[in-house]
Design a protein. Structure first.
Length: 405
């Protein structure tokens, strides 16, 4: 029978589990923090918890945080949680984090970890840095903060599994990350307007053949082209919707609601080891959202849909696509790198045409920052900006964009 002992608002549960080879009694202990409100319901909840705990101990299924090292726990976490719950990119990032951290604290029992262990870890990481191609570099404060966030997340799972009672990372503070305007790259309202206007202009491409055998130059062929409606709509979606690259490429036409001028974000394209794929869930729960779009964006999407339908009909049996919003030549889902490559090419063309007044050379993700900063500059509510971007916490939005208000 399990022993139950009240300790403040929690209950300590102890179960005897035989004797070791030296005749010493083996006991396993855990903590129950009931959620019930009435005394009777608390008693029932604690009793049920103690019964289940004893059953796990007696059947050998209980894993104690007093016996498991942090390194062992990370292996368990990847096998039992991460592989089924997280995107491949998140798993890859976690593995990189733990490869750095395990030499420092991997040998420690997870139940013995204290906030000071993590405080010391941050200092050690700052002092030791890392080596790449024979050179030593310092970890940035932002990188150490990201590692701290990864650690906190994994140890929250240890709490859920009753391996530890609280999260020791929460008592530690990573180095302060100073943000300034130079950290966030984006178009100003004037730059955004110039760039969008430039999308409607024709551009020329010069084709040159090989030099002739007698040394005379080949004839130049000049072709006039237009930026495709597909690429235009991607850029408009990024600026006015604030979508991530994977979200843009992951969109299907079924997500577009033309009647209500909005689009649903519920998928994301990723490129894990082995090739691109689309997951039937967004980056995180908060990333699943419905975003309203202005009429000019919806009109562009309607034009894009009409052109894509005509193209599909003309392609006939050569069409290999599904319902993707953005496609390759054969109808398959657009490669995740294409939007950024096309965006950068357009900036280069603009700056070649306007050498005295060039645009900042930014990447596609910076249009997400542009969306946020334009909204904040227009006095939009920060909560609505956070919801549009799909941030899990409004403080994330504040941390990133406070400096550009």
């Amino acid at each position: 029978m399990a022993s139950i002992r009240k300790r403040g608002n929690t209950y300590q549960i102890t179960v005897s589990n035989g004797y070791d080879i030296n005749g010493k009694k083996i006991t396993e202990t855990t903590t129950c923090e009931p959620t019930a409100k009435t005394a009777k319901k608390i008693e029932l909840e604690v009793r049920d918890f103690a019964f289940e705990f004893e059953k796990k101990v007696k059947s050998g299924k209980y894993i104690s945080g007093d016996k498991m090292t942090f390194a062992d726990f990370t292996n368990l976490w990847f096998a039992k949680y991460a592989d089924g719950q997280l995107a491949d990119t998140s798993i890859s990032r976690a593995k990189s984090t733990f490869n750095v951290i395990l030499p420092y604290i991997g040998h420690k029992k997870i139940s013995a970890l204290q906030p000071l262990d993590f405080q010391n870890l941050y200092v050690d990481l700052q002092n030791d840095g890392y080596t790449k191609n024979g050179k030593t570099y310092k970890y940035s404060n932002n990188t150490i903060k990201r590692m701290r966030d990864d650690l906190s997340s994994i140890l929250n799972t240890a709490i859920d599994w009753r391996l530890i009672a609280d999260n020791p990372v929460k008592g530690s503070k990573p180095p302060k990350v100073e943000r300034n305007n130079s950290d966030i790259k984006y178009f100003t309202p004037d730059e955004a307007k110039k760039f969008l206007d430039f999308l409607d202009k024709d551009y020329t491409v010069v084709h040159r053949g090989r030099e002739k055998a007698d040394g005379t130059p080949s004839i130049e062929h000049i072709t006039t082209k237009q930026i495709s409606t597909q690429i235009k709509s991607i850029i408009y979606m990024a600026i006015f919707g604030g979508f991530r690259r994977g979200e843009l490429v992951g969109f299907s036409w079924s997500a577009v609601d033309f009647d209500n001028n909005c689009i649903s974000v519920n998928k994301t394209a990723i490129r894990p080891t082995g090739g691109q794929k689309t997951k039937d869930k967004a980056k995180a729960a908060s990333s699943t959202r419905t975003v309203s779009l202005p009429p000019l964006v919806m009109d562009l999407l309607k034009k894009h849909k009409a052109e894509q339908t005509e193209y599909k009909n003309n392609l006939g049996t050569a069409w290999n696509g599904m319902d993707w919003l953005y496609i390759q030549d054969d109808g398959k889902q657009m490669d995740i790198d294409t939007p950024n490559k096309q965006f950068k090419k357009i900036i280069v063309r603009y700056n070649n045409d306007n050498p005295s007044n060039p645009l900042p050379v930014i990447n596609l993700h910076c249009l997400r920052h542009t969306c946020a900063t334009l909204a904040i500059a227009a006095n939009a509510n920060i909560k609505s900006v956070s919801a549009r971007l799909g941030h899990a916490d409004i403080n994330t939005t504040l941390d990133i964009y406070e400096c550009v208000k």
